[in-house]
Design a protein around this ligand. Structure first.
Ligand SMILES: Cc1cc2nc3c(=O)[nH]c(=O)nc-3n(C[C@H](O)[C@H](O)[C@H](O)COP(=O)(O)O)c2cc1C
Length: 206
């Protein structure tokens, strides 16, 4: 049993060199989100406050600290695309996080080719091995337990089309590790890469 805990109340500050919150809730999958604005300018940005929330219909969501271009475009167009960030695309993904104006196309900034989606206007990252086209289901502004509005928006989208590099399908089973997905992990610069050797199996109790 652990007897010596470092305990803190977030509202009073963590008192550490770096806020451990993100590092503890990690590694987190990366929502690499492409959108398009009303003028047709492409946008691409990573969001690690990202996850899947429902099976049927499949719903995924990302959360933006501040009303960023991805939220505005998703809300206004009603669409976004999620792209899988892999080790091979890590540096390109990172460069799309640059704080630039809405007039800047981050595909061009990162040297990535956009690829037309099937049903939504926003293109996907051509070099990404998996992509999900989404229709916005909800945009929720978060609030605290006391009901105070927070300047953070959670964008939820129903997945309406999925594209998978066929080589990632082994006898009909999607091979998560084969894609070498990257995840955001501790500290300001940490990432994890999923490789086959870190995987293990466990059968659920009936
Ligand atoms: C790996 C990674 C994860 C990020 N996760 C988030 C996040 O969850 N929420 C957020 O608001 N910003 C996040 N950022 C920062 C945004 O990507 C950055 O602010 C970007 O400029 C937003 O682009 P946009 O205005 O085109 O949407 C992250 C950056 C990186 C590199």
């Amino acid at each position: 049993m652990v007897t010596d805990f470092y305990t803190y109340e977030p509202r009073l500050g963590h008192g550490l060199a770096h806020d451990p919150f993100n590092a503890i809730i990690g590694p987190r999958p990366i929502g690499w989100i492409s959108t398009v604005d009303a003028a047709g300018i492409l946008n691409l940005a990573p969001y690690s406050f990202f996850n899947a929330f429902n099976y049927a219909p499949p719903i995924i969501g990302f959360s933006s600290s501040g009303y960023k271009d991805s939220v505005r475009n998703a809300r206004e167009s009603g669409e976004f695309v999620w792209n899988l960030a892999t080790r091979a695309l890590a540096e390109a993904m990172n460069s799309t996080a640059a704080t630039v104006g809405p007039e800047v196309d981050e595909f061009a900034l990162a040297g990535l080719s956009p690829m037309a989606s099937s049903v939504v206007k926003a293109p996907r990252v051509g070099a990404s091995r998996v992509a999900m086209e989404c229709k916005v289901a909800d945009v929720v502004q978060l609030k605290s337990a006391a009901g105070v509005m927070v300047k953070t928006w959670l964008v939820l989208g129903e997945v309406v089309m999925v594209h998978i590099d066929r080589t990632l399908l082994k006898d009909g089973v999607y091979d998560t590790a084969a894609a070498r997905p990257i995840l955001r992990a501790g500290g300001p610069t940490g990432y994890a890469e999923i490789r086959p050797e870190v995987m293990f199996d466990m059968v659920r109790p009936k």
